[in-house]
Design a protein around this ligand. Structure first.
Ligand SMILES: Cc1cc2nc3c(=O)[nH]c(=O)nc-3n(C[C@H](O)[C@H](O)[C@H](O)COP(=O)(O)OP(=O)(O)OC[C@H]3O[C@@H](n4cnc5c(N)ncnc54)[C@H](O)[C@@H]3O)c2cc1C
Length: 474
């Protein structure tokens, strides 16, 4: 179907004002924050808007009508809400359509008795959290992109927040949802505290990156909001390996601080001024919840610290992190690194405790050796479990020869991280997802279970219209 026929077909179904085809709107809706694209944008590289149009439905019925039309006409379709992805996940195919749920926003119901809130897919997490805090509740979900991300995307990417060690990721918070399948069928997964009725169908959508359906509404858990009972403390440790072992002990002994973060020496020097010895890593802990539990958590962690070789840094590093933790979002459209000819970005992986320190060391050793233009590579652990943790690598390199080399070198850095992770039994994406730039490693990540993903795709989207290029190699 040609672009004009798509635009007029959708306009006839939803109204002219719901379908936008100006190059500027399409370009903006197609681009996320992956490092090399940011560089291209600042470099003025005017990459052509590929999609035919951006469609902004007002509600579930309109999503259903739009998808039925797009499916019948085999039009590639990219679901989108906040556009804060960092994985090229919202870049459309030539002649495709961007189905943008960001105008489907607002809270549908607050159920204080069952501790649930239901909201539309385009509801911003920042708005939702503020609304809940004013009523004494919290979602417990604080990704750094709180001010950018919206509910549909948060579910579709399997997002996680900075307080996840207590509250969990979105998979622990999502109770029920409504979605529209590729052919326009509307389905609802009801809210239940737990049930034993077969596979958990919520997981078809959590982390699906828009390739199995369009999420229109979601119900998530509530927690009591008690920032006043917080306990916090920081310690310096001699290296990452020692710090990882410290966090492991905290987790294995059964403590659940909301925050357990370990920053390597390079990040420590960037983040904290003052009396932290130069080569030391820093661990930040924060506990919250009922006062008695918080106090016990703090006491338990402090006892573990005393038995180890640590330097007590008090509360200031945690307070400082709390204040500045989301600053990156407020400066995201400023060419801070570009001005220095640098591409800077992050890449997160996870692994069992037995492999994580080796992955960190291997990446830190190999990247500078293989990329002479690398200016930094650092890492922190920010989401821990009884079985293991994540490492969030941060890297930057000088662009040697324009935007094409920026992209090639970017993928070189990612390749090293993916390879060193897979070699040691780790997982290649802890919370940003596959998007379109990590897809090539998905077969190795999933092994023999990868065929299930293909079969799910065949069953739910046989015409393969939804978000081509994420998760599935073909
Ligand atoms: C500065 C910064 C910090 C970040 N920090 C974190 C962090 O701490 N934790 C974290 O997990 N992530 C983080 N991210 C990544 C990003 O914010 C998350 O992936 C977020 O969940 C994306 O939500 P969104 O609404 O912006 O989705 P979008 O960018 O619009 O879409 C992301 C993906 O979800 C799909 N999708 C979107 N809406 C729907 C829908 N309604 N139905 C089906 N599929 C849909 C899209 O097709 C795409 O594959 C960060 C990003 C930035 C830029």
């Amino acid at each position: 179907m040609d672009k004009q026929a798509i635009v007029s077909g959708l306009q006839a179904l939803l109204g002219e004002d719901r379908v936008q085809d100006s190059p500027e709107i399409i370009r903006k809706a197609s681009t996320d924050y992956i490092g090399f694209r940011q560089y291209e944008r600042f470099d003025g590289k005017d990459w052509a808007p590929k999609a035919a149009c951006v469609v902004k439905p007002r509600g579930t019925e309109e999503v259903s009508r739009a998808l039925a039309f797009l499916n019948q006409n085999r039009v590639d379709t990219v679901p989108r809400t906040g556009g804060s992805s960092v994985t090229q996940s919202i870049e459309p195919e030539e002649g495709g359509v961007i189905l943008d749920g960001s105008e489907m926003n607002g809270i549908i119901a607050l159920n204080e008795q069952d501790m649930l809130v239901t909201a539309k897919c385009g509801t911003s997490l920042e708005y939702l959290e503020k609304y809940l805090n004013e009523r004494g509740f919290t979602t417990g979900h604080f990704p750094q992109s709180l001010s950018l991300a919206q509910l549909g995307g948060l579910i579709a990417t399997r997002s996680i927040g900075q307080f996840s060690t207590l509250y969990g990721g979105i998979e622990d918070l999502l109770v029920g949802l409504e979605a529209v399948l590729a052919d326009g069928e509307i389905i609802r997964i009801k809210n239940s505290p737990r049930r034993s009725v077969g596979p958990d169908l919520r997981h078809l959508f959590i982390g699906s990156e828009g390739m199995l359906g369009f999420i229109t509404e979601a119900t998530i858990k509530l927690f009591r909001y008690r920032p006043e009972t917080r306990w916090m403390r920081a310690w310096a440790v001699k290296d990452m390996s020692t710090g990882l072992d410290f966090i492991r002990e905290v987790m294995v002994e059964g403590y659940r601080p909301a925050v357990a973060r370990l920053h390597d020496a390079e990040e420590v020097q960037r983040m904290f001024s003052g009396s932290i010895p130069e080569d030391y890593s820093v661990i930040l802990f924060l506990a919250e919840g009922p006062a008695l539990i918080t106090a016990a958590t703090g006491q338990g962690i402090a006892e573990i610290a005393e038995r180890r070789q640590t330097i007590d840094l008090g509360t200031r590093p945690v307070e400082s992190w709390l204040k500045t933790r989301n600053d990156a979002c407020y400066h995201i459209d400023e060419p801070i690194y570009y001005r220095h000819g640098v591409v800077a970005d992050t890449c997160e992986i996870s692994a069992p405790w037995s492999g994580i320190a080796d992955i960190y060391e291997a990446v830190r050793e190999r990247l500078p050796r293989e990329m002479p233009n690398l200016v930094s590579v650092s890492g922190h652990s920010s989401h821990s479990y009884i079985q293991g943790t994540n490492i969030y690598f941060m890297f930057g390199f000088i662009v040697k020869d324009g935007t094409e080399s920026a992209r090639t070198d970017y993928m070189k850095a990612i390749s090293v991280i993916m390879e060193e992770t897979l070699k040691r039994g780790g997982s290649i994406a802890h919370h940003h997802g596959s998007g379109k730039y990590r897809t090539r490693w998905m077969p190795e990540e999933h092994g023999s279970s990868y065929s299930l993903l293909r079969k799910l795709k065949e069953a739910l989207d046989p015409n393969r219209i939804l978000n081509k290029g994420v998760l599935l190699t073909d």
